[in-house]
Each structure stands twice: as C-alpha cells, then as structure tokens.
Ligand binder design. Sequence first.
Ligand code: CU
Length: 136
Amino acid sequence: MPPAPRAILALLGAAALIAGCGGGAPDPVTDRDATLQLRLDEYRIIPAAIKVRSGRIRIVARNRGVLTHNVKVEEATNREGATPIDYGGTATMQPGQSAPGVTLRLFPGRYRLVCTIGNHENLGQYAELQVTAADS
Ligand SMILES: [Cu+2]
C-alpha cells in the first residue's frame, strides 16, 4: 500500500527543516533598519546568518529557550587558538526574558554572534553576521 500523501508531505517538511539547519551557508537575512531581532533557544541563534549595513547596529534578543543565554559579537577568526575580539553584546537572559537593546558600532567585515554561556557555542549556538559598507 502506498503511503498517504499527508505522510509524504510531513517527510518533505522534515527534510526541509534539516536542510535549513546548520548545513552549509544559509542565505543571510538582510536587515535594513540596523536592528538585529534575534531569537535564542537550545542551542541556536535565529536567524543563523544576517547581513546588515555598517554603523550603529542595535541588537534585540529574546530567550525562547529553557536555559539562560546571551549574545556577544566577536570577530570572525579562523586563527587557531586566537582569542577573538569581543565587540560587546547583551546581558544574560533568563528563559522567556528579552535583553534590553544594545547598540554597537561595527565596521564592515565578518563577525560571529555567539552565546558565551557554558559550551553553548560549541553546541551550535552561533550565527554569522556580515556587515557591509554603508553605501553598498
Ligand atoms: Cu546559550
């Protein structure tokens, strides 16, 4: 007996979810009003790739998870063992809490958003932030 169409759709949905998480480089979400609206849970920063214009950038984050989380902006470095430069970020949020908006001034370049609590970053709680020149 062939599987019901509903079951096939559910499988396709699951495959799309898997493809959208972690694997490869996701299409960055382009932010136009210089405010990064982030959602945190175990162990993700959503969206996982963001593009924004350089200048004053506001970070607004909400913890939708069951553990405490934060968001820090770091230099994206591939240098082994190098301590990344910390550009600042939010305070630690309890589950269900939002962080007061934090405004940072970022130059064009590639940055990494990470949660610095415990080993959350190693568990996948990070996002890529691309800052483009203001006139691009
Ligand atoms: Cu975390």
